[in-house]
Design a protein around this ligand. Sequence first.
Ligand code: AMP
Length: 395
Amino acid sequence: MKILVVNAGSSSLKYQLFDMGKGTVLAKGNCERIGIDGRITHKRPSKEDFSASPAFPDHRAAIGYVLRLLTDPTYGVIGSVGEIAAVGHRFAHGGERLRESAVLGDEELAYLESIVGLNPLHGPPAISGFKACRAEMPSVKHVGVFDTSYYSSLPDYAYIYPLPYELYEEKKIRRYGFHGTSHRYVAGKAQELLGDPNAKIVTCHLGNGASITATVNGKAVDTSMGFTPQDGVPMGTRSGALDPTVVTYIMRECGLTAEETEKLLNEKSGLLGVSGVSSDCRDVEEAAAKGNMRASLAMRILVHNVKKLIGAYYAEMNGIDALVFTAGIGENDRALRAEVCGGLSALGISVDEAVNATCPRGEICDISGKNARARTFVIPTNEEYMIARDTLALV
Ligand code: AMP
């Protein structure tokens, strides 16, 4: 069975076509600059990449082009669009109601439209991507997979903020958590590696966006991102957790509006804000290695905050059986993994430096130290595969 996975952003639409029987990716690509001009890169395993600059006035034009390409005699991988059994759509936010992956009908669409205020950046493009796909492929099932749904299992004391309770009841202000599809995937892999479905697992998704999640018995019990993806550890351009009064103080002192302040916290903070060099971890580390003190400070702040949350989740779960690193930084940055795990021997966590230093890119590695009580794994994330799997399960 072939499943198309779509991840629509404001000016982009990423896609992957899976053959679920064989567990392979037949083709994947990215439409960019939608609404501006248009560009597409299309890849197939062991075949030459295709790229072009067709006009993409909107998501509908982009998905229409993708379907023509997938069935093209030269660049295609299927004979007809009819071979696509279902489409899985990535949504960052499923609100309080969409607590698990679901077939999307008019009712679900109306609910997703009603909560765009909670998710103004990702909600509208994901909805227009879904509408475009449904218009192009009206006869197949479309499934929504929500980053927030992994967190529907959080206990109330982990998701309710200590604010006036009416703000939760009336405005739905609570911890939602994000990156759930990635955490669910790597936590599931860690359970398999441990052979223990009840394991206590801390997953560190460290990429341009970063979050940490605690999972017990296959269910998330806490996570670092909150009402928005702004909470938790520092990221490429986001601050992560702050004393909330810093925000109102900045507004008053710097004369910034709410929108300007959000921009500062979302786009000008984190690694970029502290280092003044870049939001990209590699650039910041390179600058630090050349003696740039602010770049070094930015990395130390990141390590400090990741460690702090590992300790917090150890306390919440009364132990850790596995610690997992994933996403761009977690999968590739050996030095950062070693620093995060350094000094955690009291928690039973340590890494084998030689194994950590030679973990091949894109592979699962057990980098645990010899006497460690907890396993430490590097597990490449695969959100698209998870979306395809959920889609298959629902059709
Ligand atoms: P992602 O958002 O998961 O694509 O991750 C992007 C982040 O991963 C960027 O900050 C990159 O600098 C970082 N990254 C990718 N490869 C490496 C590497 N070899 N060492 C350090 N950071 C890396």
